[in-house]
Design a protein around this ligand. Structure first.
Ligand code: 13P
Ligand code: SF4
Length: 449
């Protein structure tokens, strides 16, 4: 069984998923990985189209997705210790001129150098709080760097160490498809800006933070709003105060799980498949709809299943199962709780008695939580070690390369959102920041099932 799996023995004290994968590939561990190529340096995949090995390796990557140029040989050849020393030295030289942000799903070898570690929302705020830093190095994925660019000062550079670190779920909502969907919905509902007797417009678009700046801009232009996994309920309540229905993208699961917890019946949540006329639905169904769900999903969270939860319950009596709301509805329903990455972290750190936790989210976070909380037994529900393909594209070699570039006066891999998109996208983000839950202070989305 897996070194990070259900029958994990002993509990991992090393937070590095890379070390676990290297041990599997070297035959020193009986655990399993979804792709032995994960043991190679990510530069092996930079010249090839695709998301790379890991959870999203089977997803179709849009043509024109950003590609990472060749990483100089010295960074590929350097050992883990050498890279760590070079990163520390570059950061010491740069001082307050740079802020390094690390998403919870990043490799441990990258997290070690982050000034802030958190979820996408917390890291966007961290960017906002450092207006004096010349550069914000965002160790995460493309949409997060775009969001940091939207919220930071115009003269600040936001840097994504590997341009191939996209997000396959964010890529599932393409701006042309979304514009086309809106036009088709206007054919069904009529004037999309007209209000009915209750003062409601036909549809309010809501996009998950995990979407391109272009989609956030679309939402901003059409009276809509952004949400994260920690405020999705608050945001849906905001949207229902303004619209008869919600168009939710790109993650069908977050949309469905949140709306279901609010009491919206499943039959009033049709799916919109952008490859089919009327999204594969019909005018009557769309008329009755409360939430129209875009056909997107996260390939990391789609790996979790009810069978894994049942097995965890058999093998670990009293286990507390917490999953991310990007998991399918059946998995969220079978879990004890669901919540954002930060909710999961707080739930574990807040447990006063030694507890066994089975967690349904990305393995880098789970393995770090296990290492940091040795008083608890913590394991990933997925027994196969399969990190997020694109988060894993950020290797310390790229971090050293961008930081040493800054030391040499060169900004590498800058992410810039064009002004025509940035203004409405910022508006959609500002609406989210201003939206407050009706009964403060219950700010976090959670669902005890
Ligand atoms: P957070 O919004 O919790 O950071 O999650 C981002 C993500 O990519 C989840 O899959
Ligand atoms: Fe995207 Fe899923 Fe990876 Fe998050 S975990 S960055 S949603 S593919």
């Amino acid at each position: 069984m897996s070194a990070i799996g259900i029958t994990l023995q002993p509990r991992p004290t090393d937070a590095s998923v890379d070390h676990a994968i290297q041990a599997i590939v070297a035959g020193a561990s009986s655990a399993e990985t979804c792709n032995t190529d994960l043991a190679s340096g990510p530069w092996d995949f930079d010249s090839r189209p695709g998301y790379g090995p890991g959870s999203s390796m089977g997803d179709v990557i849009p043509t024109g997705s950003p590609r990472q140029g060749e990483l100089p040989q010295e960074y590929r050849d350097a050992s883990e210790a050498e890279l760590a020393a070079r990163i520390v030295a570059a950061k010491a030289t740069l001082g307050d001129r740079v802020v390094v942000l690390g998403h919870f799903y990043q490799r441990e070898e990258v997290i070690l150098h982050a000034d802030y570690v958190g979820d996408s929302f917390q890291l966007a705020n961290a960017a906002l709080e450092h207006p004096d830093a010349e550069a914000i190095v965002f160790c995460g994925v493309h949409f997060m760097a775009e969001t940091a660019d939207l919220l930071s000062q115009p003269e600040q550079s936001v840097i994504l160490p590997n341009l191939a670190a996209g997000c396959s779920m964010a890529d599932m909502a393409d701006i042309d498809q979304v514009e086309e969907c809106w036009e088709q919905l206007a054919d069904v509902y009529g004037d999309m800006d007209a209000t009915d007797a209750d003062g409601l417009v036909p549809v309010v678009p809501v996009t998950y933070m995990n979407s391109s700046a272009a989609i956030k801009g679309f939402v901003g232009r059409h009276g809509g709003i952004v949400c994260t996994s920690s405020n999705a309920r608050t945001v849906l309540e905001w949207a229902f105060e303004r619209g008869r229905r919600v168009l939710f993208f790109p993650d069908q699961h977050l949309g469905r799980n949140t709306a279901k917890a609010m009491g919206v019946p499943l039959e009033q949540m049709p799916m919109w498949n952008p490859r089919k006329p009327l999204g594969g639905s019909d005018a009557q169904t769309l008329d009755d709809a409360r939430v129209i769900l875009w056909h997107g999903f996260c390939s990391v969270h789609r790996r979790f299943s009810v069978e894994q939860i049942e097995r965890a319950r058999v093998e670990h009596s009293g286990v507390r199962v917490i999953v991310h709301p990007e998991c399918p509805m059946e998995v969220v329903d079978a879990a004890d709780e669901s919540g954002s990455t930060d909710y999961i972290r707080r739930a574990i750190e807040g447990a006063t008695e030694p507890t066994t936790f089975a967690i349904g989210t990305e393995v880098n976070l789970v393995q770090r939580l296990a290492a940091d909380n040795p008083q608890h037994e913590i394991f990933c529900l997925d027994p196969v070690v399969c990190p997020c393909s694109t988060m894993y594209r950020i290797h310390p070699g790229y971090l050293a390369w961008v930081l040493e570039g800054l030391v040499a006066g060169e900004v590498r891999n800058r992410i810039t959102v064009p002004a025509d998109v940035a203004d409405p996208a910022r508006l959609a983000l500002e609406r989210m920041l201003a939206a407050k839950p009706p009964a403060a202070p219950a700010a976090d989305w959670e669902n005890a099932s």
